[in-house]
Design a protein around this ligand. Structure first.
Ligand SMILES: Cc1ncc(C[n+]2csc(CCOP(=O)(O)OP(=O)(O)O)c2C)c(N)n1
Ligand SMILES: [Mg+2]
Length: 326
């Protein structure tokens, strides 16, 4: 894997995306605790660096497939915060007219194709999208996100095999947050590193610190360039941690206290902000301005979601089949 040094503009763009993800997540949880929103919400707080660093390398043409814990992936790829919030609140103005909710987000105009709730299913879908772009002679790549637990599902192995045989332009991004629901990594996975599984399919397997923006950017750039040039897929294992348990309401009693404390001490968000300042990639005023602009964007998103109407009952029958049921 090559190491790339992104320019200051790109580094600040990564920060902007991480801030959007973090602030949106904090505010969603606040709204849930205050009783203003009710849903099964799988927070990706702690994992924001991964999609932020990948998405600065993508265009709107590139495809994204993600999982229920994928709001961070969708925001980084370009799903507007207003449409996300209205969707989370189940409102008619949401990206899926309030019918998808947090586990079924899509926004195809920015390449945000599917969010799935079935563990492992993002990967075969990504292979289908990759095959479509290959057959059409397009240059787009598909990012397939999934968790560490999903790497033990048959669909992971089938997808890596097929993508390798057909040299599909797919980047498999395993966001290894070290837990699958309440089961710790070593209790459910046979290998020390998921990236080692790439060997079985004769494709590159990159093991990377998913909380390090430059390492993450370098891995993503290496894999994306390989896919765009027709050489085929790459498996990236991005090491990270989820700070808010499996879903909101999970109190995390099964996580050893020292392990949790160490993960929080390595929180990528404040660490990256300090690094940008120390290395003079940006000034405090620049970053404060980004923080404030995003706060205003989330204020607007929340107000829009709260003031929007619920979907009409007739919507239950719409968008289910290619034709409309009378
Ligand atoms: C096929 C299938 N089996 C089981 C479940 C229940 N389930 C939902 S999330 C999850 C854990 C997945 O863990 P991981 O892949 O590590 O992703 P994470 O939630 O940590 O991001 C399980 C078992 C499911 N949704 N789909
Ligand atoms: Mg996991």
């Amino acid at each position: 894997m090559n190491t790339y040094q992104p320019d200051s503009e790109t580094l600040v763009d990564i920060y902007r995306k991480m801030t959007l993800i973090k602030q949106s997540d904090d505010r969603v949880i606040g709204a849930m605790k205050a009783g203003r929103m009710r849903m099964p919400y799988y927070s990706a707080r702690g994992q924001e660096c991964i999609p932020a660093a990948i998405s600065v390398l993508l265009t709107d043409e590139d495809y994204l497939v993600t999982i229920y814990r994928g709001v961070h992936d969708m925001l980084a790829k370009g799903l507007p915060a207003k449409l996300l919030w209205a969707e989370l609140a189940g409102k008619a103005t949401g990206s899926c007219k309030g019918k998808g909710g947090p586990m079924h987000l899509t926004y195809p105009s920015k390449g945000c194709m599917v969010t799935t709730g079935i563990v492992g299913s993002s990967m075969p879908i990504a292979c289908g999208l990759g095959l479509a772009s290959q057959l059409r002679g397009e240059k787009r790549v598909t990012i397939a996100n999934f968790g560490d637990g999903a790497s033990n599902i048959g669909a992971f192995h089938e997808s890596l095999n097929l993508a390798a045989v057909w040299k599909l332009p797919v980047i498999f991004v395993c966001q290894n947050n070290q837990y699958a629901e309440h089961t710790s990594y070593s209790k459910g996975t046979s290998v020390a590193k998921i990236s080692d599984r790439a060997v079985s399919y004769c494709i590159p397997g990159l093991h990377v610190d998913g909380n390090d923006p430059i390492a993450m950017y370098s891995a993503a750039k290496t894999a994306i360039e390989r896919a765009r040039s027709g050489e085929g897929p790459t498996l990236i294992e991005a090491m990270t941690f989820r700070f808010n348990g499996h879903l909101i309401g999970d109190m995390g009693e099964y996580i050893p206290k020292a392990e949790y404390a160490a993960a929080v001490a390595a929180d990528p968000y404040p660490k990256y902000r300090s690094w940008l300042l120390e290395t003079k990639q940006a000034s405090e005023a620049d970053l404060d301005a980004i923080d404030l602009a995003i706060r205003a964007e989330i204020d607007e998103a929340e107000a829009f979601a709260m003031s929007s109407p619920p979907p009409d009952a007739i919507e239950v029958k719409r968008d289910v089949y290619a034709y409309e049921i009378a």
